[in-house]
Design a protein. Structure first.
Length: 159
């Protein structure tokens, strides 16, 4: 029977923060992800999996996997690296960065839910899509003008 291994270290204390990258994953850009804060899906092309901007207007593009938290703005071509938050957690960006990825073209509105946009791929919006056969997908909740608590919901199709 194998013996247990004890790994040294101290016990966490109240107020300790989890490692920065816990709940995140990196991968390849499909060449269409260009901004921090974009909501993305995982595509399975013929070669390697790639991240693409999500959009709430069709079944194949609504399954949000995460929100982009790291991207080299000089390297946004197909195959370039990006990192996203996929598990519940806070994404912090400047007000100007959030304004680039919200359909509202503004900083986040604290206390409001943010939904996947059905008009601009990768964007989020305070207004849930209402068009027939489009999907309502909660991406997260604004806790300040610069912080989004990522809590990705299940897509619900509008009648």
């Amino acid at each position: 029977m194998p013996q247990s291994m004890i790994i040294g270290g101290s016990n966490p204390t109240p107020g300790d923060q989890l490692p920065k990258w816990l709940g995140t994953v990196g991968g390849k850009n499909d060449g269409n992800v260009t901004k921090l804060g974009q909501a993305v899906i995982l595509n399975q092309p013929e070669d390697d999996p790639e991240w693409s901007p999500a959009r709430a207007d069709g079944a194949n593009s609504t399954r949000v996997t995460g929100v982009v938290i790291q991207i080299d703005e000089d390297h946004t071509a197909e195959g370039d690296f990006l990192r996203l938050r996929y598990a519940p957690g806070i994404v912090t960006l400047s007000e100007a960065q959030w304004a680039q990825v919200t359909d509202d073209a503004a900083a986040l509105n604290p206390g409001n839910p943010y939904f996947l946009s059905d008009t601009t791929a990768g964007n989020i919006t305070q207004t849930a899509p209402t068009a027939s056969n489009h999907y309502v997908v909660v991406v997260g909740w604004a806790i300040s003008s610069t912080e989004l608590m990522v809590q990705i919901g299940t897509p619900i199709k509008n009648p």
